[in-house]
Design a protein around this ligand. Structure first.
Ligand code: FES
Length: 127
């Protein structure tokens, strides 16, 4: 029921852990299943995500979507990274079973929260 990409990211998650001295932190929980994820980002002077890591306590799809979201966001400007939606995440994984689509919310919401947190902590640097 899962694509090869999902299985690969689930079995070999990329960028797992926590960025040191994070510039932004996003923490989200999925009320329907109780799974939680935390995303930490490091942002350079050019407002580009230079490092990003995740910690997810959740199902296989939540881990795979967290992993791919870090790959999609790494190196992107904040404004581009903000556009990463649950659809982008699911597409990058070659699709998710319909009953698992809600799991991809966790990853895109977590990323957006980390970016919002960065803007809240660095008002002078944000537009
Ligand atoms: Fe909880 Fe997938 S079942 S995030």
């Amino acid at each position: 029921m899962y694509t090869e990409e999902v299985m690969d990211h689930f079995q070999n998650p990329r960028n797992m852990g926590e960025v040191e001295d994070a510039d932004g932190v996003g923490e989200v929980g999925n009320p329907s299943c109780g799974d939680v994820m935390r995303i930490t980002i490091k942002v350079d002077n050019d407002e580009r995500i230079e490092d990003i890591k995740f910690k997810t306590l959740g199902c296989g799809a939540a881990i795979a979507t967290s992993s791919i979201v870090t790959e999609l966001a790494k190196g992107k400007k904040l404004e581009e990274a903000q556009e990463i939606s649950k659809k982008t995440v699911a597409e990058a994984l070659g699709g998710l079973p319909p009953q698992k689509m809600h799991c991809s919310n966790l990853a895109s919401d977590g990323l957006r929260m980390a970016i919002d947190d960065y803007h809240a902590k660095h008002p002078a640097e944000s537009k």
